[in-house]
Design a protein around this ligand. Structure first.
Ligand code: EAX
Length: 326
């Protein structure tokens, strides 16, 4: 016969095993981005994974989905809202469609250099914009970085806005960018990033614009001969979380996600800086003709109407605050 004592011991043993199992049943966190495994986003994704798994002592495990395997950036942001993906690293390109307050960050020639842009995003203004995500079923975990965007194309060397006349340029799904290219004289074609390489290869579009980081990580030299260092817009990126997952967590757990996102942003910025130093030479080695000495003043002038269109719709307050800081 089983004694009462043995029974209690057995039950408590089962309970202990139960608790132990629970402690080891890690929650899988699915993280997505559009760029290749060698990109600055993957450097950031690896840093996020390392930090979250370490901070949570294995309570969370991170699975990385790269190269747009979960869709384009707009699709992945929708995925966060409905909980089909947990964490996304994305440019702000399509983010204005969800959080219009962020369009301001994508104005051409808003920032002059990396220090300025990083400083603004790290300020209370950046925090305020991160918090705005909460009004749109998104959680802003940290600002990270894509980089200053430059123009590539398959047709000719571009030195002035007039040279872009009639050029079919893929832009991100971002009104501000489309307007800026229209003003330059180009024919903007908005398109999700995962479709871009094939579109360039098949000649559906002649050109595109992206930071050195992205041009390197995507082997764009295979389909684009000319690069002009226009640096026409700083492209911020953001680490976003899904409220479907994060709202159910404790403050401590959410804190780990934020800390991991900040570690991710730091690693990404370092990689962006490295490629700013080494990337152009790499692209030249791969056969691209690079126009480095661009006079940006005429470009700046050409895109000015984009500012008026932006401020007439969204006001001047945020823009002025950024310009004051920058
Ligand atoms: O965020 O769509 C783009 O051109 C972006 O720069 C790219 O997906 C990285």
């Amino acid at each position: 016969t089983i004694t009462r004592h043995a029974l209690v011991a057995a039950i408590s043993g089962i309970a202990t095993v139960g608790i132990a199992l629970q402690a080891h049943a890690a929650t899988e966190v699915n993280l997505g981005h559009t760029l290749s495994d060698s990109s600055h986003y993957s450097v950031g994704a690896d840093a996020f994974k390392e930090a979250l798994e370490r901070l949570s002592d294995g309570e969370f495990t991170v699975t990385e989905h790269t190269s747009g395997s979960l869709g384009g950036e707009r699709e992945m942001i929708e995925g966060l809202q409905i909980g089909t993906v947990d964490v996304v690293i994305t440019s702000t390109g399509p983010l204005g469609n969800f959080v219009p307050e962020t369009y301001v960050l994508d104005l051409p020639f808003l920032f002059e250099n990396y220090d300025q842009a990083r400083c603004v995003l790290d300020s209370e203004l950046g925090d305020e914009l991160l918090e705005k995500m909460g009004d749109h079923d998104l959680i802003g975990l940290a600002w990270t970085e894509n980089g200053f965007r430059h123009l590539t194309n398959s047709q000719r060397e571009i030195a002035t806005p007039a040279d872009t006349e009639g050029l079919r340029v893929r832009t991100m799904e971002n009104e501000v960018h489309q307007e800026a290219f229209r003003q330059m004289g180009a024919r903007p074609t908005p398109m999700a990033f995962p479709e871009l390489f094939t579109a360039l290869q098949q000649g559906t579009v002649d050109g595109q614009e992206n930071p050195i980081t992205v041009i390197v990580a995507t082997n764009f030299w295979e389909v684009q001969d000319y690069l002009s260092l226009t640096g026409h817009v700083y492209s911020p990126a953001i680490v976003l979380g899904s409220p479907i997952l994060l709202d159910g967590l404790s403050d401590e757990e959410r804190g780990w996600f934020r800390e991991a996102a900040v570690a991710s942003a730091e690693a990404t910025r370092e990689e962006v800086s490295r490629l700013e130093r080494e990337g152009v030479a790499l692209l030249e080695e791969n056969g691209m003709t690079v126009k480095t000495d661009i006079d940006v003043a005429p470009f700046q002038e050409a895109v000015q109407p984009a500012y008026e269109i932006f401020t007439s719709e969204y006001g001047t307050e945020m823009l002025e605050r950024i310009q004051d800081k920058a």
